[in-house]
Design a protein around this ligand. Structure first.
Ligand code: TXD
Length: 315
């Protein structure tokens, strides 16, 4: 019996999610959107590529949340993306209302599903989604850290002229300007990046500019596109999470997960490395942080908590 993956939001990311999931044949796909015809049109268009891509999964479009029924995985991108010059936090009011409505629909139609939130402001929206859907806290997670880490890895691979496959990097904390790229855990084929600085293969100055570029990764693309946000890399990142759940791959991935004391943080969704398997977020990986990293992480979690409290007050 094929799994059912429902994508709430059939816009730039939603359509790309559907395409990637179809090509990987992860399960049958239902696209839901409020825009009349858009989920149906994208579902039909994607289905018409099946004879070329040779996938057998079914793809449907709907304008009703009742189509969430019996979903195994739900990926949410519904909401407004940023316009140039807007911060992710500027979206909080509009998207909080949208996300809480969707959360109630999940509670009604698929309370056992694994929920992946993408909508910004990400960390606060994951919290709203969990509190309105009442799904188990470890079955609700946010996609941001994989995207932010992927941007960092890409910039480093370009600068060092090495395969992207050789680079490991982590970003902790909120999906915003306060995110914490963990330089100390950045390695190239297991060699800490500090060794590359010592060998003058990259300067500290260049590394710092790469970290800054990573923190502004979303804004850079907003500016280039003129409207809307990045969508290819965000979609790939969320599909990696869905696949780790559906295939019980137990990958260690940086995601916005619920902390209940880990890293000294209680009752907050924020970006940390987690293991994702068939039971959702199965474990929070607690990395040892230096005093400086702890300070940066605290700054980031404070910003996330303020925004989460604001979102909850709006409900
Ligand atoms: O790393 C991350 N988490 C971020 C997240 C990376 C990139 C983009 N980020 C955020 O994802 C972005 O700021 C937005 O909040 C979401 C979705 O971005 P996308 O680029 O896909 O936005 P679109 O193309 O505008 O698609 C949003 C769709 C659109 O088709 C709307 O009609 C629909 O959401 N929408 C709804 N669907 C269902 N239900 C409701 N209420 C609804 N409202 C809007």
């Amino acid at each position: 019996m094929r799994k059912k993956i429902t994508l709430v939001g059939a816009g730039n990311i939603g359509g790309t999610l559907a395409h990637l999931i179809a090509l990987k044949q992860l399960g049958d796909i239902t696209l839901i959107d409020i825009a009349k015809g858009v989920p149906q049109g994208k579902a039909l268009d994607l289905s018409q590529s099946s004879s070329v891509e040779l996938f057998d999964i079914k793809i449907n479009g709907s304008n009703n949340y009742s189509s969430l029924k019996e979903s195994d995985v739900v990926i949410i991108t519904a909401g407004l993306p940023r316009m140039p010059g807007m911060s992710r936090d500027d979206l909080v009011e509009t998207n909080t209302k949208i996300i809480s409505t969707i959360g109630k629909a999940i509670k009604k139609y698929c309370p056992k599903a694994f929920i992946i939130c993408i909508t910004n402001p990400l960390d606060a929206m994951v919290s709203i989604l969990q509190s309105s859907s009442k799904v188990k806290k470890n079955m609700c997670v946010g996609m941001a850290g994989i995207l932010d880490s992927s941007r960092l890895k890409f910039f480093l691979s370009k600068e060092l002229n090495v395969s992207i496959k050789s680079i490991e990097a982590f970003v902790l904390g909120g999906h915003g300007d306060t995110m914490v790229p963990l330089v100390r855990y950045t390695t190239i084929s297991g060699v800490p990046i500090q060794e590359f600085i010592k060998k003058k293969l990259i300067t500290q100055k260049k590394l710092n500019s790469i970290l800054k570029r990573t923190q502004n990764g979303g804004g850079e693309i907003n500016k280039l596109l003129g409207k809307g946000s990045a969508f290819y890399a965000p979609a790939s990142s969320a599909v990696q999470m869905a696949e780790s759940f559906l295939k019980d791959k137990k990958m260690i991935l940086p995601c916005a997960a619920y902390l209940d004391g880990e890293y000294g943080i209680k009752d907050l969704y924020v970006g940390v490395p987690v293991i994702i398997g068939k039971n959702g977020v199965e474990k929070i990986i607690e990395l040892k942080l230096t005093a400086n990293e702890k300070q940066e992480f605290k700054k980031s979690t404070n910003a996330v908590r303020n925004l989460t409290n604001l979102a909850e007050k709006l409900l």
